[in-house]
Design a protein around this ligand. Sequence first.
Ligand SMILES: NC(=O)c1ccc[n+]([C@@H]2O[C@H](COP(=O)([O-])OP(=O)(O)OC[C@H]3O[C@@H](n4cnc5c(N)ncnc54)[C@H](O)[C@@H]3O)[C@@H](O)[C@H]2O)c1
Length: 323
Amino acid sequence: MSDTTTSVLLTGGAGYVGAATADALIAAGMRVVILDDLSSGHADTIPNEASFKTGGYGESDKVEELLRDARIDAIVHCGAKSIVAESSEHPERYFATNVQASLNLLGAACNVGVKRFLFASSAAVYGAPTSSTINESTPLNPVNPYGATKVAFELALRAYAEAHEMRAISLRYFNVAGSTERVRERHDPETHLLPRLVRAAESGEPLDLYGNDYATPDGSALRDYVHVADVAAANLAAVNYLLDERTPPGHSAVNIGSGVGTSVKQAISAVERATKRTVNVNVLPRRAGDPPRLIADITRAVSLLGWRPRQSETTRIIRSLID
Ligand SMILES: NC(=O)c1ccc[n+]([C@@H]2O[C@H](COP(=O)([O-])OP(=O)(O)OC[C@H]3O[C@@H](n4cnc5c(N)ncnc54)[C@H](O)[C@@H]3O)[C@@H](O)[C@H]2O)c1
């Protein structure tokens, strides 16, 4: 009898988004093989039901062997380096890991004939657009090396997909946040606002707020927070889209966000209400390159993937960080 279970190679599955994605794929009945070098991930976050290989996704020969042995149907590429400030100090690390090693992974997929590829991209591809919401036609104009690496690999993925009849998709996540029952954000350093706010409320240490004079309703910057469980559900929906025989070969880019803007001040108030503590705020001038608003237009995700955010109200995200 032939085995019809879908097998997915998940890079970065020991990381924050990757671990939540592993849970979603497994719950949907898929077989998950995680490839992670544990450079920023945690072995204890890998679900028991997944198989795990320690190693770099850029190691072409080993990856080809793995793709063949595990009879992989689709690749979900969540592995990356993703600290924006570090990318400005050490761009070479970011181009090596996010572009060069990713090209090796993509080459291995082509050599073995794995024709479905999901790339964890980022809203950082857009840089600092001035439009009120961002759709996928908004020009790609990254303002840091991290964003540039995401653009570079998206362009490569599109070219490979067209040349090799692959089905490929780049999901451009906005600000991923929140915890699931099993997975929480454990970045080191933690640069994301919501976990830093919760930490500031609990420790009493001051939190730096950059820019109080933007042309936004309360003067602080607006961002789009999307719950990690919703991102995992988007990844699952995208894998199903790639597996669907009616999906034409080629590459699509799709925004994954809540579609709603939350200001830094609104986030501070929500954390104060949820923790019943005060956040000490240290107001500083705007940072160069920080746009006033970054809010996703998620029309395409809804129409192409049948996905919509279900748990991404900011208050709900913050509650998940505290409970
Ligand atoms: N967290 C966010 O807000 C956010 C927003 C937009 C895009 N993204 C993207 O989503 C993906 C996941 O982000 P995250 O927040 O889970 O990051 P993370 O650091 O928690 O996870 C990344 C994982 O990749 C692994 N990894 C790194 N280099 C590797 C290599 N060469 N070989 C094998 N494994 C390697 C790390 O060990 C880690 O487990 C990344 O591509 C990131 O750029 C994240």
